[in-house]
Design a protein around this ligand. Structure first.
Ligand code: ZN
Ligand code: ZN
Length: 243
């Protein structure tokens, strides 16, 4: 008798907690019983072939090796992949993650990234995950670095250690959003420094939230290569459709 009362009380408490803190879809914010609501599971699909061999962006022509951007710009990173195109629900989700403190979404992104790109990362033989750091001012204002939170979640799923301490930003930059691609490259030139030990002969994986023109990742990759890194790969949550 007592046991069934306890059981009923537990069930009631669980129901109450669900009512107070219902699970919401990380792609649209609607309450759902699933991890992702059925509408988003249907609408938001990982980027599939054919893709640019450099940045992982979809290309229209199956024969094309590189996208328009990558055939024009010389990148310092070797290559990388993104999970989704930066549009619709994916863009909404990343915005919530960055600016509305939805750190909780990082686990979802990381498990999707590991599911879709886990084999790619293993093939790349990276031995270190390095998140793109935020400037000090931005970090203070936001309270956390979204790339670092994501890198931490990825580290466990990919079984690769993370170093969030030794790639540092030397100065704050003006927001990249307001700049054209050439100005973006200039804006982030030389902003990073590597303060860790030599990366001689090692392959590393940079992690960031959004790939727009790749100029921030390029600048970081250039710094890591100066520090001895053999190959620099990247993973981002989303990627712009391009210029
Ligand atoms: Zn949804
Ligand atoms: Zn590309």
């Amino acid at each position: 008798m007592e046991r069934s009362i306890r059981k009923a009380a537990k069930r009631a408490l669980e129901a109450l907690l669900r009512l107070l803190y219902p699970n919401t879809c990380p792609l649209c914010g609607r309450v759902t019983r699933e991890r992702v609501c059925p509408a988003c599971a249907d609408a938001v699909r990982p980027i599939g072939e054919p893709i640019c061999k450099k940045c992982g962006k979809p290309v229209r022509d199956e024969q094309a090796e590189y996208c328009r951007d990558c055939s024009r710009v010389r990148h310092y990173f070797d290559e990388g992949r993104a999970l989704w195109l930066h549009r619709g629900q994916a863009a909404w989700s990343v915005y919530q993650f960055k600016f509305h403190n939805r750190r909780i979404y990082a686990g979802f992104y990381a498990s999707e990234m590991a599911r879709v790109h886990g084999a790619y990362v293993r093939r790349s033989r990276v031995c270190l995950i390095i998140p793109i750091p935020l400037g000090r001012r931005k970090r203070r204002r936001r309270g956390f670095n979204q790339a670092e939170v994501l890198a931490g979640e990825l580290s466990g799923r990919l079984q690769v250690p993370v170093d969030a301490a030794h790639l540092v930003r030397r100065r704050d930059t003006v927001p990249q959003k307001s700049l054209d691609p050439a100005a973006r490259r200039e804006n982030v030139r030389g902003i990073f420094a590597w303060t860790g030990c030599s990366l001689e002969g090692r392959n590393v994986l940079l992690v960031d939230d959004i790939y727009t023109t790749g100029s921030t990742l390029d600048s970081a990759a250039r710094t890591l290569k100066k520090a001895g890194a053999e190959k620099v790969y990247f993973l981002t949550i989303s990627i712009g459709q391009g210029y």
